[in-house]
Design a protein around this ligand. Sequence first.
Ligand SMILES: C[S@@+](CC[C@H](N)C(=O)[O-])C[C@H]1O[C@@H](n2cnc3c(N)ncnc32)[C@H](O)[C@@H]1O
Length: 248
Amino acid sequence: MGRLSQIMPQAVTQQTLSPEQIEAFYHDQFVEDQVHDFEALRNGDTLNRIVDIGGGVGYFARSLSEKTGAKTRVIDMDIISVERCRESGVDAIQGDALSPPKTGDESVVCFNLILHHLVGKDEQATRTLQLQALRAWKGNVSYIFVNEYIYESAMLDISGKLIYLITSNKILSMVGSAIARIIPSFNANTFGIGVRFRAHQEWCKLFAEAGYQVSDSRLGQNENISLPLRALFIKNIRRDSFRLEPKD
Ligand SMILES: C[S@@+](CC[C@H](N)C(=O)[O-])C[C@H]1O[C@@H](n2cnc3c(N)ncnc32)[C@H](O)[C@@H]1O
């Protein structure tokens, strides 16, 4: 280890998906639920600008604007997503969720299915990145809206940890890809990079550590879990939404 790295703490870096992997997310499958939950957790608050972090090609932002007249903005690291937002009339900035560009007009930020992609080289680094993205907005917005995948396990919140272990490890990912050729439900487009799902209470613990309390939440519908996925001790998979307010 060099002398400088002994003195300076090393920055934690995100393991990012390739453009081809990101392209798989150019769909509006979850937007209706996300907009519905957003409105349900809004509590009638008057909002200025709603910023969608990792907002992709802008389906959520556009739908929210059309339904409620809200001013929205997408921040995404993927330039193709940002260009597609702009082509469809959605305000968008290319930026990193870990050091987001701010303009001062933000009332609420949304994290729709992005936190589980903020993964580092190990569990600790992954937690650090997810905390950093949430803390980046402390003191700048009234509240944060999160829509996230929930993986409840038959024991010890093990499923999310196992999925991260497999998807972040090159050799295990090669084995996983080979299995997925025979059992398609085993497929993950995050093989070789990593993805970190958590149980409902695990997410709540992370939010508390970032300095937020869950003031309201909505539980999604349980998805079907195929037999092979039960080998990962998965009990329930769903998408929940949370309203996070600063603790102090
Ligand atoms: C699974 S997609 C979610 C898209 C959309 N929010 C949705 O709910 O369907 C994750 C998105 O997060 C973006 N992303 C991942 N890491 C990011 C980062 N550090 N900063 C900004 N955007 C990021 C990706 O480019 C992608 O558009």
